[in-house]
Design a protein around this ligand. Structure first.
Ligand code: UVW
Length: 320
């Protein structure tokens, strides 16, 4: 597939961008999650005050619809067996009269609240840590979601409420912001983004999915962080291990200046090894943070251990 566009090639755009390739060895597959040492876990634990728990996954099979990237389909849950199996003469017979219900899920692994594998996106024939992009054929032999699932993600989380900062209920399509806006929002919230924090950004953009229906996908361009060399340097110097958002793709879909799609997936994930977590529901957490003015917490997440997968559903937990 050739897409005609005047957009610069990512090889050129990111030619001088920083990389963490090799920083944790030639065989690393979890990238900046290496920053989450035992001390960082304990730093996260110290941000718990009352013990209140918030889960951050969106409902799979939401009767109101499941927001997904345009080329994907929402998950379909199918009943395999239920009480109706015992209606007919050929009903299964288990000793003792056991009946049970089973179902299955046909789902894009990137089609709900999810962790991206570090090898999920690339350019120039190389994925995270310099592995050959051909290692993705038929399944990710390198930098799949499996090593992330194996190690888990635990640290101090900080929520930056950009919708609140902009004074809107939900940030509209195409609106961009950068690290200086994050810092201004953090200051207004009275919280400091510290080195090695897991950064959560609320836009509440997906409220528009629920309000607009199919029109949501017309001229699809989510709001979010916009690439600049300075923003990438900030993430690099802050050694952010994980970026978590409530949008489908963590960043402005198409950069309004360059026309490039998902630049930060490449600059942050492919090059720096920052884990990306998408489609979270941050509403309840944001309300709790706003109510008592505390915006940091222990963040805990473990995607599913799926061999060679490009991503995995997850239900992250924030403990305040
Ligand atoms: C793509 O990379 C296309 O999507 P996402 O990272 O949002 O799953």
């Amino acid at each position: 597939m050739t897409i005609m566009s005047d957009a610069p090639d990512l090889n050129d755009l990111l030619a001088d961008a920083p990389k963490n390739w090799g920083r944790w060895g030639d065989d690393d597959e979890v990238g900046s999650l290496n920053f989450l040492t035992n001390d960082q876990v304990l730093r996260g634990v110290r941000s718990i005050r009352g013990g209140e728990v918030h889960t951050l996954q969106r409902l799979i099979g939401d009767p109101k619809g499941d927001p997904v990237w345009p080329s994907r389909l929402p998950a379909e849950r199918e009943m395999v067996i239920d009480e109706s199996a015992w209606d007919g003469d050929d009903a299964p017979a288990f000793p003792g009269g056991l009946h049970y219900a089973d179902d299955k899920l046909v789902a894009f692994l990137q089609g709900s609240t999810q962790y991206d594998a570090l090898g999920h996106v690339w350019y120039g024939g190389q994925i995270w840590n310099g592995y050959d992009a051909r290692t993705t054929i038929g399944g990710l032999d390198k930098a799949s979601v499996e090593p992330i699932a194996q190690r888990g993600v635990v640290g101090r989380g900080v929520l930056i409420d950009m919708a609140r900062h902009f004074g809107v209920e939900a940030i509209e399509s195409k609106r961009t912001f950068d690290h200086t806006d994050l810092l201004a929002a953090a200051e207004a919230q009275g919280v400091t983004i510290e080195k090695h924090d897991i950064l959560l950004i609320r836009t509440n953009h997906l409220q528009l999915f629920f309000e607009q229906g199919d029109a949501f996908y017309e001229d699809f361009c989510e709001p979010g962080l916009q690439y600049s060399p300075e923003l990438v340097t900030w993430f690099h110097e802050m050694e952010i291990p994980n970026l978590v958002t409530d949008t489908i793709a963590n960043e402005v879909t198409t950069d309004p200046d360059t026309g490039v799609a998902l630049t930060l997936h490449n600059a942050l994930m492919r090059n720096l090894g920052i884990a990306l977590t998408e489609i979270c529901d941050l509403e309840e957490l944001a309300a709790a943070c706003a109510a008592d003015g505390r915006w940091d917490f222990l963040y805990v997440a473990a995607p599913l251990k799926i061999h060679r997968a490009t991503g995995s559903p997850v239900n992250p937990v924030a403990i305040r």
